[in-house]
Design a protein around this ligand. Structure first.
Ligand code: HAM
Length: 433
């Protein structure tokens, strides 16, 4: 029989103590602030969905990683591994919402991945999406949101946005005769960063490409750098097909708009960015730390067919999602992670039993000022209350004693400087403003 003390937390799942939660709340607040500044509105989504929702377009890899099971009604259900399919369904069902629809949310996700640095089985994402807008302006706004988020977190110098266009890359590859095994080739490119060059070429040959073709794929997907440098080279590679030329022109327009947002220096073109999820149709991007020792912080792109595939009206869409785990690792590495400490504005310390009621009254008065206030709940003596007040990082102590009360006063102590002051009870209410 399993004893209680043998039960441990599951691998890949985390729990957070109040100090850690405080720091995480700051992270999420920053992401929310950016969303609201750009006019994204918050939505709420279910954690459990019918399994088929993810079978349609998320791609095999993700479906393999889901926590799926039969519920008591015999339905195949899945704990959401991502939010994009749910959002697509919501857009399909809410036809009357005026477009463009700009939604954000903070949610928990589950993927049965092999756990490693920055990859867990339960994690959080913020999702930002724009629906009903095909223009490059929407792509540019999504990237501007991503850079603004990096700036808000202080990461704009440590991380960069790597952009590609799937349609353009497919066009380039098909001119080299790589049309038949395109899906397989794209999957191999998606894994390129995890392989050596030799392994990459071998995988392509295994997928049916000739040595020559494999080398072309390697060369093309090595192309990366800032827009100014890469665009002329790219222009030479882009084939004479309508889709590829259009994709290249969109990329040129995107460059101008990103310049307008003053975020061009945060972006580079990288032809190896594919995105594993199967629903992306055009521009795709990922955010990586510049030192390159962490997995992607964020991923996103354009997915113009998903809503139609789910049976809805033709609705172009573009969006991205930052994950909490890698961002935390990068912020810690850069010394930017918020302090993991709880805070207390005031601790009301009662010197004796006789002033307990008065202490509660003072605490209530101060809480009415929206201050974080604690009082003694355990009949502790002066010294122990003081110790506790220190442990909860109290800013100010209000010491309530019989002698002071007789004069209509309390003592207020500043915990940082140690300075004490007698304060009239009547003026206590405004004292902490
Ligand atoms: P994704 O690339 O699968 O995209 O995930 C986005 C981000 O979530 C990743 O860059 C990573 O930071 C985080 N993430 C993903 N899996 C894990 C994991 N197992 N552990 C920790 N963090 C993880 C999507 O999910 C798309 N639905 C994003 C999107 C929104 N595309 C358009 N709109």
């Amino acid at each position: 029989m399993v004893k209680d003390q043998d039960i441990q937390k599951l691998k890949g799942f985390r729990e957070f103590l109040p100090g850690e939660m405080k720091a995480r709340r700051k992270l999420f607040e920053s992401m929310r602030k950016v969303a609201e500044k750009f006019g994204f509105r918050e939505i709420g989504t279910p954690s459990l969905e019918p399994k088929e929702l993810f079978m349609i377009k998320s791609g095999d890899e993700l479906v393999q990683q889901t926590y799926s099971f039969k519920d008591k009604g015999g339905r195949q259900v899945t704990l959401i591994p991502e939010e994009t399919p749910t959002r697509a369904r919501m857009v399909k069902e809410n036809k009357d919402v005026s477009k463009p629809i700009k939604w954000f949310s903070e949610s928990k996700f589950w993927r049965y991945e092999s756990t490693q640095k920055g990859r867990l089985r339960e994690f959080y994402q913020f999702n930002y999406d724009i629906f009903g807008e095909k223009s490059v302006e929407a792509d540019a706004e999504i990237i501007a949101v991503a850079v603004e988020m990096l700036k808000e977190l202080g990461l704009e110098k440590a991380a960069e946005i790597r952009i590609n266009d799937r349609e353009m890359l497919e066009g380039i590859l098909s001119t080299y005769g790589i049309e038949q095994s395109m899906v397989e080739v794209l999957n191999i490119i998606d894994d390129k960063e995890k392989m050596s060059q030799k392994e990459f070429i071998e995988e392509l040959v295994d997928a049916g490409l000739s040595d020559e073709e494999s080398e072309v794929v390697d060369k093309v997907t090595e192309l990366s750098g800032n827009f100014e440098d890469v665009m002329p080279e790219l222009e030479q590679l882009v084939p004479d097909s309508e889709e590829s030329i259009e994709a290249f022109e969109r990329l040129s327009e995107l460059k101008e708009l990103l310049d307008g947002y003053d975020v061009l220096e945060n972006c580079i073109i990288d032809l190896s960015i594919i995105r594993g999820l199967a629903y992306y149709t055009g521009m795709v991007f990922e955010i990586f730390d510049k030192e390159g020792d962490l997995r992607a912080l964020c991923g996103g792109g354009r997915y113009d067919d998903l809503i139609e595939t789910l049976g809805g009206e033709e609705t172009p869409a573009v969006g991205f999602a930052p994950g909490d785990a890698v961002i935390e690792l990068l912020m810690k590495r850069e010394g930017l992670w918020p302090e993991e400490e709880i805070e207390t504005d005031v601790y009301v310390l009662n010197v004796s039993e006789s002033v307990k009621k008065k202490s509660m009254e003072i605490a209530r008065l101060l809480r009415d000022q929206d201050l974080i206030v604690e009082v003694d709940l355990s009949g502790r003596n002066f010294g122990n209350q003081m110790k506790y007040a220190n442990r909860i990082n109290t800013q100010k102590l209000v010491i309530v004693g019989e002698r002071d009360l007789k004069k209509g006063e309390v003592t207020v102590k500043d915990m940082a400087s140690g300075e004490e002051e007698q304060v009239d009870l009547k003026s206590l209410e405004g004292y902490f403003q």
